[in-house]
Design a binder for this molecule. Structure first.
Ligand SMILES: Cc1ncc(COP(=O)(O)O)c(C=O)c1O
Length: 388
């Protein structure tokens, strides 16, 4: 018997789960959390804290920051100083706060569409402009148009770039050379590089994500990285993340922003659960990655064999699969609605990510194999009848 259970689907129907707030018979493969119980060590640490029964104010101390540092050393082979870190209540709250602190109303915030849809909210809701250097799709995968990116970084109103590293929804893992090149360009044009690394731990075997704070030279002074156990360990509702800012001045600015936005204080479980994840969660995470590898292989083969009009375009990161549906429609929103009504399968339409997303759908594969198989059968049935 396997040591960890990746076969049982926790029943989240009629709980407060966002994803599972669906009708009977519907199958949600959408919002980015997982249908696996988190690592036993995390549950144990949470239970211990609950047993204590007194939940007064807290702030993170050395044990928290050392756990983050050691995780990055052991898991990612990267040196990181505890002085560079600030606790925050989530990656998205930090992004919005940093947009407000580091850029000004009317500035351009650069992104690479198609990209995580909430980046648009953080930018637009704060009165900044979205400027995208769209990733270029060649029919197989995506790449950066460096000339276009440089031209947009050079515009005087571009002051901040939000980088998705690794990239949601395409699953791309950026190489060391790419991350360094991007950081050097940001330095050249005085643009702060805000790197969202929430998917950094979820990279399949043989690939490595490169934290932006690990770049060499003066470019590091322009970097803010956001890291979190949220995706890796299925603890999104923990609301815990760490901001990493090597440069002291920039760090002080970010810290003032996080504090005035009141998003720098942990809830009762944030500290023990994060420490448990980073100190004792490695074996579970590696078993999870193996499970995800199996899920991706199954889905890729299934689609090739049974729905050959679709094309999987995903890179080796995240548990989200990015599928080109342009052979059957150039409006994936209509397809997604049809799949939902016809088969109960709920997937995400690519348009919300901008760029060429209208020709794509995104499916969350972080579920036991029984659910993946159910989802694929519904997908095949829905696509076949949509084509008719
Ligand atoms: C790239 C990216 N950043 C941030 C988040 C959410 O972060 P948090 O829940 O810590 O606010 C997600 C969730 O899907 C994501 O994909």
């Amino acid at each position: 018997m396997e040591k960890f259970d990746f076969e049982t689907i926790p029943n989240r129907r009629n709980t407060d789960s966002d994803r599972w707030d669906v009708k009977p018979g519907e199958l949600p493969m959408t919002i980015a959390d997982m249908d696996f119980k988190t690592a036993p060590a995390i549950i144990k640490a949470m239970k211990k804290k609950i047993e204590l029964g007194a939940f007064g104010y807290e702030f993170p101390k050395d044990d928290y920051f050392n756990a983050v540092k050691d995780w990055y050393q052991i898991e990612h082979n990267t040196d990181l100083k505890t002085d560079w870190m600030i606790f925050t209540t989530g990656v998205v709250p930090a992004i919005s706060s940093i947009v407000r602190r580091i850029s000004h109303i009317g500035d351009n915030v650069l992104i690479q569409a198609p990209v995580y849809n909430i980046f648009y909210n953080s930018i637009l809701n704060n009165g900044r402009h979205v400027l995208s250097s769209d990733l270029v799709y060649d029919g197989q995968s995506y790449h950066v148009d460096w000339q276009d990116l440089e031209e947009k970084l050079a515009r005087p109103l571009t002051t901040l770039m939000i980088f998705c590293n690794p990239h949601n929804p395409t699953g791309m893992v950026w190489t060391k050379e790419e991350v360094q090149r991007l950081a050097d360009l940001c330095l050249k044009y005085h643009v702060v590089l805000l790197s969202d690394e929430i998917h950094g731990d979820l990279v399949r075997d043989g690939y490595h994500y490169v934290p932006a704070f690990s770049v060499e030279g003066a470019a590091r002074d322009q970097i803010i990285s956001l890291v979190s156990p949220s995706k890796s360990f299925n603890v999104a509702a923990l609301h815990a993340a760490t901001v990493v800012v090597p440069n002291e001045n920039l760090r002080n600015m970010v810290s003032r922003g996080l504090n005035s936005d009141e998003i720098a204080e942990p809830n009762l479980l944030a500290i023990p659960a994060t420490i448990a994840a980073y100190k004792y969660g490695q074996e579970w995470l590696h078993a999870l990655i193996k499970q995800l590898e199996g899920n991706f292989t199954y889905v890729e083969k299934f689609i090739k064999r049974n729905i050959s009009d679709l094309k999987v375009v995903s890179g080796p990161a995240t548990y989200l699969i990015w599928i080109d549906v342009s052979k059957i429609t150039d409006d994936s929103g209509t397809l997604v609605k049809y799949l939902h009504e016809k088969t109960g399968l709920i997937v995400t339409q690519g348009e919300v990510y901008g760029g060429n997303g209208r020709k794509f759908i995104r499916i969350n594969l972080a579920s036991p194999m029984s659910m993946i198989k159910d989802g694929m059968n519904r997908l095949a049935e829905g696509i076949n009848s949509f084509k008719k």
